[in-house]
Design a protein around this ligand. Structure first.
Ligand code: GDP
Length: 470
């Protein structure tokens, strides 16, 4: 009888303790989103499959208050599912390969069963379930926020200024030549529009390949399910003066090139950009922003500055000051924001504090951090999928730290010291000396039942989930 009553009571209480948490993950392409989400899910699914020592910094795993984690069906049926299984398969191959990178949005849902520790009636063994939705979306899409306030002419004039940049002007030649030949008053030909838009998209992709991150419209380089749609077949009219704009506004008909392009730009802005912010962005509870600070550091001063520029555009989306565009239109409600420097297995662990400090400086530059007020913010450095080992090397009687792994370019096992990471934004001196140098590594083959090797993913789980599992 007592058992029966207890069970009834437990059931009533448990129903009341179910919680939902929506975590979004973003970052520019190749920042490590796919690797991060794959590892995040894997670490949670592997709770209790070993002694949990691989998650020492995650309290709920350490004290065994999580009783089970499983993947369940997501709620949104029109968003692609994050392909966790395929990614794990890639890692289980011999030799293992890196999973396919993010191309659009995806979603996944986990149910985490846990024992409440701070409940009112602890003796009743209160159990709860945390339903965790994880969203993945390209950071490039966040570069479109300013479009919401710019009409076609304003945007085109802005792009005209950008085009003065030597690197951009050069690769823009093909599409600008075609653009200039187009009579904007003539009746629009869909095929010609599609062709010029294709050349324009190729130009944007080329900018990206050259490490230029400020790319608008962001969807053009990562279109997701909109690939080939007319909504993405427009381009800025960078060859027009403000006077020519005014003339065209009076002379051009609705079915002219000018009319159709105006309509498409407006559609893109109102439906695609606005839709993304309204339907996804403003529904998130917590946001993770990933940045690969090490690769650009390895490349050049120009690559680093471009990353900085891209990130600043992206961070602008999280300035929730009362008067910001975002807040006025969508009032998002994020309570925690985590900035993560990825691929930290490329450096020796004594350099981790420098990497975190560099990340912090990138975010806080110019006092911008004050604008994240009201949101708990954390900075860290991780390796979602650790591809190297930390080793100590003896040379000429001296010992020093190094990393060991299989180098991607020649598949050779190497031991190397990649150099020290600057703890502040690198100055001239750094670029002149340029001692930082690392290679890409291959992932280690994952064995069945083994969690993905990582660096500090447990600290990430602790920051994002601990208060929901208490
Ligand atoms: P996404 O475009 O943001 O989804 O980026 P990915 O997660 O696909 O990562 C891009 C590439 O970065 C991968 O193919 C790997 O080469 C590398 N990478 C990502 N995470 C790690 C990591 O934790 N360690 C190492 N060594 N490389 C990583």
């Amino acid at each position: 009888m007592f058992n029966y009553i207890q069970k009834e009571l437990d059931d009533i209480i448990n129903r009341g303790f179910d919680r939902t948490l929506r975590i979004a993950v973003t970052g520019l392409s190749r920042s490590g989103k796919t690797a991060f989400i794959t590892s995040f899910i894997n670490q949670l699914l592997s709770v209790n499959q070993t002694d949990n020592s691989h998650l020492a910094l995650f309290e709920a795993a350490r004290n065994h208050s999580i009783s089970g984690v499983k993947r369940i069906a997501q709620l949104n049926l029109n968003i692609p599912r994050f392909d966790y299984e395929a990614n794990i398969k890639d890692l289980m191959q011999t030799p293992a390969v890196w999973p396919q990178s993010t191309r659009g949005v995806s979603e996944t849902r986990l149910a985490i069963r846990y024992q409440r520790r701070n409940g009112l009636m602890r003796h009743l063994k209160e159990k709860g379930t945390l339903y965790l939705d994880i969203f993945d979306y390209p950071g490039e899409w966040l570069l479109d926020l300013p479009l919401l306030e710019l009409d076609y002419m304003q945007w085109s004039l802005q792009q005209q200024v950008l085009m003065n940049h030597e690197q951009r002007a050069e690769s823009a030649k093909i599409w600008t030549e075609k653009l200039q030949k187009c009579d904007l008053n003539a009746v629009a030909d869909e095929d010609i529009l599609a062709q010029i838009a294709k050349d324009y998209t190729a130009f944007l992709a080329d900018c990206k390949a050259r490490g230029l991150h400020f790319i608008q419209p962001g969807r053009f380089v990562l279109p997701g399910e909109l690939e080939g749609a007319p909504a993405l077949q427009f381009f800025p009219l960078i060859h027009l003066t403000p006077t020519q704009w005014q003339q065209l506004k009076t002379t051009a008909k609705a079915d002219s090139y000018f009319g159709v392009l105006n309509k498409r730009y407006d559609y893109y802005r109102r439906h695609i950009v606005n839709g993304f912010y309204r339907d996804y962005f403003s529904t998130f509870d917590r946001q993770v922003i990933l940045a690969d600070c090490l690769t650009p550091l390895n490349h050049s001063r120009q690559a680093f500055h471009d990353m900085q520029e891209g990130l600043h555009q992206l961070f602008g989306n999280f300035h929730y000051g009362k008067r910001t565009l975002l807040n006025r239109l969508f009032s998002p409600k994020i309570d925690k924001l985590m900035f993560i420097a990825t691929k930290a297995d490329h450096i020796t662990n004594d350099q981790l504090p420098n990497l975190i400090s560099l990340m912090r400086q990138l975010v806080q530059e110019g006092g911008r951090y004050a604008e994240y007020e009201g949101i708990r913010t954390e900075y860290t450095a991780i390796a979602a999928i650790r591809a190297t080992q930390q080793v100590t090397v003896n040379q000429n009687g001296k010992t020093f730290k190094a990393i060991q792994g299989v180098r991607s370019k020649d598949k050779q096992k190497v031991t190397l010291y990649p150099g020290s990471v600057p703890s502040k934004l690198p100055n001239n001196d750094f670029w002149q000396r340029q001692t930082f140098d690392f290679d890409q590594f291959e992932p280690q083959t994952l064995e069945v039942g083994e969690p993905i090797p990582h660096l500090r993913m447990d600290a990430v789980l602790q920051f994002l989930l601990a208060d929901k599992l208490d």
